[in-house]
Design a binder for this molecule. Sequence first.
Ligand SMILES: [Zn+2]
Length: 444
Amino acid sequence: MLALPPVRGQPARRQPENVVLHVTQLYGGLLSRDRYYILEENTEPLAKEGSSVNEQFGAVVVAAGNSTRMGGAGSKVFAILGGKPVLRWSLEVLDACPLIGEICVVCREEDMDMAWKAASGLTKPVQVAAGGPQRQDSVWNGVQALDEGWGYLLVHDGARPLVTTEAVEAVCREALRYGAATAAVRSKDTCKLAADDGFVASTPPRERLWAVQTPQAFEREMYLYALRRAQKEGQFCTDDCQLIEWAGGQVKLAEGSYRNLKLTTPEDVAAAQGLLGFGIGQKEGYPMRIGYGYDVHRLATGRRLVLGGVEVPFQMGLLGHSDADVLTHAVADALLGAAALGDIGQHFPDTDPQFSGANSLALLREVCRLVREAGYSIGNIDCTLIAQKPKVSPYTGQMRENLAAACSVEVGQVNVKATTEEGMGFTGAGEGMAASAVCLLAKA
Ligand SMILES: [Zn+2]
């Protein structure tokens, strides 16, 4: 972590036109690594190394792009990733960086409400501004919305949720030293420069190739000078560093991270989920849900013994309104529980004659339909039958297959165990049987 730099009092607010005038004098069309600062309004610029500029950053998070490559379903920065909007991930990282004093999200006008929501509860002051027709217009709008007092600007792409604190601080550090810096990673691939005819024109040496990311950070005056000049001369740049380069300045490369993906296509979202440890897609909330089920039935003569859909030969059977398949009932309750859908008594009341003698595997199929309708897929199921007699181990394989088929999952996703209670309690005395089950659901 960097030490928190001293924060100077906010400079007096100036009109943007004055800023341009001064900065043009300062840089004279050539940005350099020399540090020139305006000390106060209408004074001659002084060449001075050091600390006369506020050394904190105003951050602009660009979330204004449309998402045609994401299938057009709304802006990708508001898609949910690991339970929160994509945008929120980088906002939290920036919010936690002591070098950043204020954050402005720039988005489409129709997304502004969502942007406010995504930024709610941050500790730093937050602004939300509408984007412009070009990326640099959007950044300009963001800069305008920020306090003028920040000596430095940081620009980050809201579609890069996996940015790290380390990368933000490295970029800020280099910008404080050199005036302009960007996060970047060394190219893993050999790159070719193509000619217009589609043939390779040349192979730049790989060790000198870097893939540029965001954040990018700049001395505010330097950046505004370059941006205003670009606006005047109709120059459009695809990234902010290019503006500085175009205006004759130098940009320092700071070590970024290969994880800092830009979410451009749906595959990128899946990759980001994988990197975050959310291997399964989700729409909202926590992606995994656990469920527990427990059931007991009394043993009686003159009844079939049905366990996991298998009719087990025994002199007694379980008593109940349906076929009293205690194991299947426990599994069904676990599934309903994980999806917060109540229990099987609610869905298949024992007062309803249509469920008299019902095949419990059919009820389980219906439970699975409800669970899937609620947006979940089944991860795995584990269940335990508790019975003194008979010996059920010869049948557990078939029970697994039955349960898996009823749930439309692979057999490998289901486990069936059986135990006794060593002659103790009601199962030990042979008065009844019990079963418990757990399951894991994932947001589909
Ligand atoms: Zn039951």
